[in-house]
Design a protein around this ligand. Structure first.
Ligand code: ME8
Length: 502
């Protein structure tokens, strides 16, 4: 089984912020989970380097677009190991191998008769690199996303016959009701299509920073055509020695924010249909992280610096917080106060303390060895089917819901400690067998939640698994509650998994 998952490729007109980290961590959690299932995973991320957003930013900074792209692509590339993203490749659209494949693909669309020359007249946002239709324009001809005046464009362009894909796209949305998730975004995409599709510009003649149109050297491709194709071109040169398109295409999942729904849910499938290439299986559209009630964005200047948070609290805490605080798929507010509160009450107390206490009691009462005993059947029953449930939720990219199911068990284990009070059992030699059961059950429960939390918090779970004396890895099949932990030698955690901060 192969699993191919992507993030958007990010514009190199500014430095990365938490919004970019968010999409990437979301895709990473899914990639890691599928690896735990033994699948052949390919996880792609990268940078979108052409087009007006980058050309304009370079002009403002007095450097060439290529210089700006090199500088900022580096910052995105460096972000990946910092957030523990396990991407298999990082594509840059300025890569000549990508450019060549864009030209081949677009030539096919041209040869198939889906392109013509025409006159474009209308409103254009240079930051979105988007030609706006009437219902996408805010008051005073401004961009509703960037709040800047739109440009009146009037130029001869090559056009893509998007309108001729109206019927095939309507059919796609009728036949595949899980093509776009969540449902609300599916409905949005479908109504965009049923509202009537207009042909769109495929090239720009006023811009030189882009991929040259092979049949007309005066034009470069409109940046979205070049950008969307990254998902397809990367497989031919970024996935190993050979071209892996036959095994990995179609992509299983494209993850992105709702700002770029239209491009992915309407234009991208039309491009693939025009070139007679299979469509991706699913798109997952997440919401915005909001700061002070507004979308966090570089143009609005209200961004939370992920590096600061990670420097102080660690990468795993950031990964956890983003998906716990904001339900993946919805908009949601993030804040430093919210982060600190979840860090203390959930990571340090619920999970960290559970781990420290369990290991300390096994050390004190059983000389550091998890007893050989039967697991407590009542506790075991509360873990029944958990690993399967988590896998099913993650199959639908329901990352927050899956995390909630796991966290219910973390809390269940804390209640179990309080109910059983092992420190009392330890005082009574007649309760030795009972204490064995409790300690084994705690170690086993902790092991199971740690297997399932691995995709979310790879570093912490690795540390805890070693402390539990279980270095056999994180295969999802080991996520069933049994007596796997029995007999292992445990070591105390020092420092704690999530140290308290002043
Ligand atoms: O649109 N909350 O690049 P981009 C959540 N190059 N996610 C956010 C976010 C926020 N506040 N801000 C940004 C582009 N994102 C194109 C994409 S794909 C073929 C080309 C994330 O740098 C989210 O995934 O503007 C959003 O879709 C993406 O960054 C936009 O990144």
């Amino acid at each position: 089984m192969a699993f191919y998952v992507t993030t958007p490729i990010y514009y190199v007109n500014a430095a990365p912020h938490l919004g970019h980290a968010y999409s990437t961590i979301g895709a990473d959690i899914l990639a890691r989970h599928h690896r735990q299932r033994g699948e052949d995973v390919f996880f792609l991320t990268g940078t979108d380097e052409h087009g007006e957003p980058v050309a304009l930013a370079a002009e403002r900074e007095g450097v060439t677009p290529k210089e700006l792209a090199d500088r900022n692509a580096r910052r995105f590339e460096d972000l990946m190991p910092r957030i523990n993203a396990s991407n298999d490749f990082f594509i840059r659209t300025s890569d000549p191998r990508h450019k060549q494949r864009v030209q081949e693909f677009m030539q096919r669309i041209y040869d198939n008769g889906h392109v013509y020359k025409g006159m474009y007249e209308g409103w254009y946002c240079p930051r979105c690199a988007d030609f706006k239709s009437d219902n996408e324009i805010a008051e005073g001809n401004t961009c509703p996303i960037h709040r800047i005046p739109l440009d009146r464009e009037d130029e001869e362009n090559w056009f893509f016959r998007l309108s001729s894909f109206q019927e095939p796209l309507e059919r796609l949305y009728t036949e595949r009701d899980d093509f776009v998730r969540p449902r609300q975004r599916f409905n949005e995409a479908r109504s965009f299509i049923t509202g009537g599709l207009n042909d769109i510009s495929l090239s720009r003649s006023k811009l030189t920073w882009g991929v040259e149109v092979p049949w007309d050297a005066e034009h470069v491709f409109y940046v979205w055509f070049d950008a969307l194709l990254n998902y397809y071109t990367a497989l031919s040169f970024g996935a190993g020695e050979s071209d892996r398109t036959p095994e990995l295409w179609p992509a299983d999942l494209h993850v992105m924010g709702k700002d770029i729904l239209k491009f992915h849910a309407v234009i991208w499938p039309a491009m693939l249909l025009a070139a007679e290439v299979e469509l991706p299986r699913h798109l997952f559209i997440h919401g915005y992280l909001l700061l002070d009630g507004e979308k966090m964005s570089k143009s609005l200047g209200n961004v939370l610096d992920p590096f600061e948070v990670m420097d102080k609290y660690g990468t795993d805490a950031l990964r956890y917080y983003c998906f716990r605080e904001v339900s993946f798929g919805q908009d949601g507010a993030v804040s430093t106060a919210g982060f600190e509160s979840r860090y203390e009450s959930e990571l340090a107390n619920d999970y960290g303390n559970l781990a420290s206490r369990t290991l300390a009691m096994i050390a004190r009462y059983r000389d550091g060895q998890v007893p050989h005993a039967e697991a407590d059947p009542a506790l075991a029953a509360d873990f029944d089917g958990l690993a399967e449930e988590v896998s099913e939720l993650l199959d639908r990219a329901e990352i927050t819901q899956a995390l909630e199911r796991i966290w219910q068990r973390v809390r269940r284990l804390n209640r179990y400690v309080e109910e059983q009070a092992p420190w009392k059992l330890a005082k009574d030699p007649g309760q030795a067998a009972g204490l064995d059961t409790v300690l084994l059950s705690l170690a086993e429960g902790l092991r199971v939640v740690t297997v399932l939390l691995h995709a979310y918090m790879p570093e912490t779970t690795q540390r805890l698994m070693s402390a539990l004396g279980q270095d056999d890895g994180f295969a999802i099949g080991t996520g069933a509650f049994a007596a796997t932990a029995a007999g292992a030698t445990v070591t105390p955690l020092d420092p704690a998994l999530f140290p308290k901060h002043a």
